[in-house]
Design a protein around this ligand. Structure first.
Ligand code: NAD
Length: 481
């Protein structure tokens, strides 16, 4: 069985304790690899490698750093098939999605930040003709980067790319649930010759491995993407150590559909926005809020469209909907639907496990895309993040009620609005408490824009110049004329 290893100081190494974790294939429910159960000793070694590499890397001209990032992006492209296969096996997502979305987007992250660092500017201010102030921005040292399981390579690259583009070195910890593509990335980092110690990847559980990164006194910057519960702990712990933190957390995103919207497009995108990656994208629109007058027509079309999704073995090309990531997650999703039934919710389609027509998938973690109607917005199913293929439909009477329902959540990550009225689009976009508002679209990303959420969805935006700022320390120099 394949043993994945940590990548420290340019070497693939076993964990200090020689303890290993099982890696499961969600489509089969079987263990297919072993993973280092790293602890604070491994994190300490990774930190030392990153610390030692920092002086030279931070002094490397930006052009040269950028050329390494471009080379890494090209290496990801060259290995697209291999990486997509690994990502699909690791996560249970359809191979087609991994191949056309996740892996190409990981390469795009490296290219984007390679370009961004070459075009970044620093401010200068003429102070009443008496002085000139200019801002220097320096890398902050060793960055701690912790990522979740749903888009493993994409989200890890979203952190590694800006961290090292700006001259930091890093200790990165991918999710223990889906470690394979991060392990493969280490091989590619080596192949393109990024100097040893610039990127270190340690594998293991949140506690002790991730915790050791957060608590390490030598790591001043923590970029975390994951659950709100862990994010709160990181916020209080790293905040107490006066570290700079970016927390990209959970969501329960509203998708608001007005009667003047293009109904077919709204249905098509609502379905994609609810069930892509089996609903395991933080940006999924899991609460559909639709105007009374079109609620029945919309819901009927949504159910029909949902029933047409091609479910199956994620390794089969053409399958659109695969397995959930783990047994534990399957139980959580099934439990949320049971709870919805208890609360009087009407399950219009889905609401049960399924087994693909493939012998190898008999023990896999499959759950149908599920549409539920008739739940009050205040109930726990509407309020808690399920992070699976479960969408609720709730109707509203007027714009004010739509906004109230959309904002009736502790989260504030993303949202969608569907309307043919431009003025209303601007008005409602302004009123919704979320970091991202998509009007008549979903997941249309421009990497230059701020990314991230409000309220319990996080703090410290990433994306574009925000990421370059996050990973650098400003210093103002004031020179009197
Ligand atoms: P999680 O919080 O359980 O784990 C995320 C990462 O944190 C993993 O690598 C894990 O090992 C690590 N971790 C766990 N405990 C830790 C600790 N005490 N200290 C340090 N690290 C620790 O989240 P998950 O289940 O992997 O991911 C799903 C969650 O991620 C969902 O809530 C989803 O909304 C969120 N998410 C958010 C975004 C975003 O951009 N806002 C993107 C993707 C996923």
């Amino acid at each position: 069985m394949q043993k994945l290893q940590n990548y420290i100081a340019g070497e693939l190494v076993d964990p200090a304790t020689d303890n290993w974790l099982d890696v499961y294939e969600p489509a089969t429910g079987e263990v297919y690899a072993k993973l280092p159960a790293s602890d604070e000793v491994d994190v300490g070694r990774a930190y030392e490698a990153a610390r030692d590499a920092f002086p030279q890397w931070s002094g490397t001209p930006a052009e040269q750093r950028a050329s390494y990032l471009y080379a890494l992006a090209d290496a990801i492209d060259r290995n697209l098939d291999r990486l997509a296969e690994a990502e699909s096996r690791d996560t249970g997502k359809p191979i087609g999605v991994a191949k056309t979305v996740d892996i190409p987007r990981a390469a795009a992250n490296f290219r984007f930040f390679a370009g961004a660092i070459l075009h970044s500017e620093s401010a200068s201010h003429d102070t009443n003709g008496q002085a000139i102030n200019y801002t220097l921005r320096s890398p902050r040292g060793v960055a701690g980067l912790i990522s979740p399981w749903n888009l493993p390579l994409y989200l890890l690259s979203w952190k590694i790319a800006p961290a090292i583009a700006t001259g930091n070195t890093c200790v990165a910890k991918p999710s223990e649930v889906t470690p394979m593509t991060a392990f493969m990335l280490a091989e590619l980092i080596d192949e393109v010759g990024i100097p040893q110690g610039v990127v270190n990847i340690v594998h293991g559980l949140g506690d002790p491995c991730g915790k050791a990164i957060v608590e390490h006194p030598g790591i001043p910057t923590i970029s975390f993407t994951g659950s709100t519960a862990v994010g709160k702990w990181i916020g209080s712990t790293a905040g107490g150590m006066l570290k700079r933190i970016s927390l990209e957390l959970g969501g329960k995103n509203p998708n608001v559909i007005f009667a003047d919207a293009d109904l077919d497009q709204a249905v098509e995108t609502a379905c994609r926005g609810a069930f892509s990656n089996q609903g395991q994208i933080c940006l999924c629109g899991s609460r559909i809020i639709v105007e009374d007058s079109i609620a029945d027509a919309f819901t009927q079309k949504l159910v029909e469209r949902t029933n047409a999704i091609k479910l199956g073995d994620p390794a089969d090309t053409g399958v659109e909907f695969g397995a959930l990531v783990s047994q534990e997650h399957l139980a959580k999703v099934a439990g949320a639907v049971d709870r919805a039934r208890e609360l009087g919710g009407e399950v219009l389609t889905g609401g049960d496990r399924f087994t693909p027509d493939s012998e190898r998938c008999a023990g896999g973690y499959f759950y149908q895309p599920t549409v539920i109607r008739g739940l009050d917005m205040s109930c726990d199913v509407q309020q808690s993040e399920i992070f699976g293929p479960v969408v609720t439909v709730t109707s509203f009477k007027d714009e004010a009620e739509a906004i109230r329902l959309a904002n009736d959540t502790s989260f504030g990550l993303a949202s969608m609005i569907w309307t043919g009225d431009g003025s209303r689009a601007h008005r409602v976009a302004k009123a919704i408490d979320a970091g991202i508002v998509w009007v008549n679209c979903w997941m249309l990303r421009d990497l230059r824009t701020p990314f991230g959420g409000a309220k319990a969805s996080g703090v410290g935006r990433e994306g574009g110049n925000d990421a370059l700022r996050f990973f650098t320390e400003p210093k103002n120099v004031c020179i009197k004329f």
